[in-house]
Ligand binder design. Structure first.
Ligand SMILES: [Zn+2]
Length: 256
């Protein structure tokens, strides 16, 4: 019988807290009580009040741990330091903590949280994210993994064309450490060397992932970033970190 993964969300909370002092602002926006365990829904803000705003999130699918690990590593290695002059960085380290611990895509009620953003009556994890998206961000980076993919790819959705080359820049950098998915179509979307930018408009879709909700809330540039779990964890983390750093640097350099 397959053993469930032995991930412990308390370990993640401890790592995040240890890495923050004294730089970040920690907010527990809600706490899920499941069986006899408490799972905080956590928002971390670094560089509060800075003019550019980025939202970086992981773990909405519990069986995609690289996003959660990337955010821990980003904090532990103080990789935000280069960006603190300009950026207010908001981190949602793990949107689906019960799924993360169980190693399941869905939450404890067997719901795929990333299909629920068009609805008004939503699970508490989704309500938490919607509250965070109350103010739009310049950049939204959502960290995922795709077990069906042999390489890295990303979805890009922009309000304007001023950053339309950013997705390509991210992939060109990532390719140096993590192969790209070179299929001409990924998840039924036309793809150009890992770049999926010909996406449906919100009104055409029956359900919305978080990215589409972020877009409808006015986020300027929205990226869903996907690693391949066929690669070792440290490579997947490095790929996501490189994507984050490339995006922040590029927006700064273009002075957008
Ligand atoms: Zn996912």
């Amino acid at each position: 019988m397959k053993q469930p993964p032995t991930r412990n969300f308390e370990d993640i909370v401890a790592r995040l807290k240890a890495s923050l002092n004294p730089i970040g602002e920690w907010t527990t926006m809600d706490t899920l009580s499941i069986k006899d365990r408490d799972y905080p829904l956590v928002k971390i803000v670094i560089g509060k009040g800075n003019s550019r705003r980025v939202l970086i999130s992981g773990g909405i699918h519990g069986d995609e741990p690289a996003g959660v690990e990337t955010i821990c590593t980003f904090l532990e290695n103080k990789l935000y330091t280069d960006f603190l002059e300009n950026w207010e960085i908001t981190l949602l380290p793990c949107i689906n903590p019960s799924g993360f611990e169980a190693g399941t895509r869905h939450n404890q009620d067997d719901i795929d949280l990333n299909r629920k953003f068009k609805e008004d009556q939503v699970p508490r994890e989704v309500a938490f994210v919607k509250e965070v998206l109350d103010r739009p961000y310049d950049l939204d980076l959502e960290l995922h993994e795709d077990v069906d993919s042999s390489g890295y790819y990303l979805y890009q959705k922009d309000q304007t064309t001023d950053l339309s080359t950013l997705g390509r820049k991210i992939l060109d950098r990532v390719e140096s450490i993590h192969p790209l998915n070179l299929a001409e179509e990924i998840e039924e979307v036309p793809a150009d060397r890992g770049l999926l930018s010909r996406l449906s408009e919100p009104e055409e879709m029956e359900w919305w992932p978080m990215a589409l909700y972020a877009y409808t809330r006015g986020c300027s540039h929205v990226f869903t970033l996907e690693t391949s779990p066929a690669l070792p964890m440290d490579v997947r983390i490095k790929a996501h970190l490189l994507a984050i750093q490339t995006a922040l640097k590029h927006v700064e350099e273009q002075n957008l």
